[in-house]
Design a protein around this ligand. Structure first.
Ligand SMILES: O=C(O)CCC(=O)C(=O)O
Ligand SMILES: [Fe+2]
Length: 309
């Protein structure tokens, strides 16, 4: 993020705020700042804190919808959710999730990884909290990568994974990303697979993929890599979607309403895969169905690149 504000200036501003880390791996709560009225250097301080803590919480902001959308725009171009319609406001970029008994995102995920360019970050405002429950958790994908053993890190460095939007009833929306993503601003490596959208490790056979992907997506949720946030109304949260996952606790009765704006994405960068995609050898069998989706996607990609050559 080029801002024209030095790291020193941004650091001096953040030093005047009350910044409390919430967990060992990620997360900070920040008081003493009004997000609706940030000058350029204060905004740069927020950006620097986001790179450091991965998810930031600003209680007692109570932004109007316009202020919320304006604040989001400062991070980049906003986009509407590709698969969820939002009937609630005149801003097509703002979407609202309202739930009374669950019906929330209670599977670990990084937003929109089924797209070639998943969201960079999101800004969420908690509008209405249930009396108890409905906390959200985030996990650091840096910590999840760093704490793998060296052999598994090296294996993951050379793999890619297929993601799809089956949870949004659009299994045909698919893409392939590196399993280890290099953050474009920090240069750090993040373990970039999630339970919700990641379907298959491309270079492994179906059963190998099932075991390793199952392991990695569970590993990410190790409590040591996470922070859990108890909401109050009017709190703004900003998370870096390039190096985190999140999960909503489905343990509440009563209304829970959040509003979110989403900053358009970039293409995840990582090392090129070290091996060719898995192609099932030999004759068809009853188990061929496990390779169908991957084979279909690879054929479609090949047809696409033939057309553009
Ligand atoms: O409701 C929340 O706390 C977060 C929901 C979610 O997954 C999202 O907004 O991306
Ligand atoms: Fe989400």
């Amino acid at each position: 993020m080029e801002t024209g504000v030095s790291a020193h200036q941004a650091g001096a501003i953040a030093a005047q705020w009350d910044v409390r880390r919430l967990a060992g791996a990620l997360g900070a709560e920040i008081r003493g700042v009004a997000l609706a009225r940030l000058d350029e250097s204060a905004f740069a301080a927020v950006q620097a804190l986001l790179l450091e803590h991965l998810v930031l919480f600003f209680p007692d902001q109570h932004l109007s919808v316009d202020e919320h959308v304006e604040f989001g725009r400062r991070f980049g171009r906003l986009e509407a959710h590709p698969n969820l319609k939002n009937p609630f406001t005149p801003h097509s970029e703002l979407f609202e999730l309202a739930a009374t008994h669950g019906g929330v995102a209670d599977e670990w995920h990084t937003d929109l990884t089924f797209r070639p360019d998943p969201a960079i970050l999101s800004v969420l405002q908690m509008r209405k909290c249930p009396p108890v429950g409905g906390d959200t958790m985030w996990a650091s994908l840096y910590a999840a990568y760093d704490e793998l053993s060296a052999p598994i890190r090296e294996l993951c460095d050379g793999l890619s994974a297929l993601h799809d939007a089956a949870p949004h009833n659009h299994p045909e929306q698919m893409t392939i990303h590196p399993v280890v993503r290099v953050h474009p601003e920090t240069g750090r490596k993040a373990l970039y697979v999630n339970e919700h959208f990641t379907r298959r490790l491309v270079e492994l056979n179906a059963t190998e993929s099932e075991v390793l992907l199952g392991y990695l997506t569970r590993w990410v949720t190790n409590p040591r890599f996470t922070v859990r946030y108890r909401w109050t109304e009017g709190t703004i949260a900003v998370w870096d979607n390039r190096c985190t996952q999140h999960f909503v606790l489905n343990d509440f009765d009563g209304e829970r309403i959040i509003q979110r704006v989403t900053v358009m994405g970039d293409r995840p960068e990582g090392a090129a895969p070290r091996w060719a995609p898995w192609v099932r050898p030999g004759r068809l069998s009853a188990t061929s169905r496990h390779d169908r989706q991957l084979a279909f996607h690879l054929r479609a990609q090949q047809a696409g690149s033939d057309r553009t050559e």
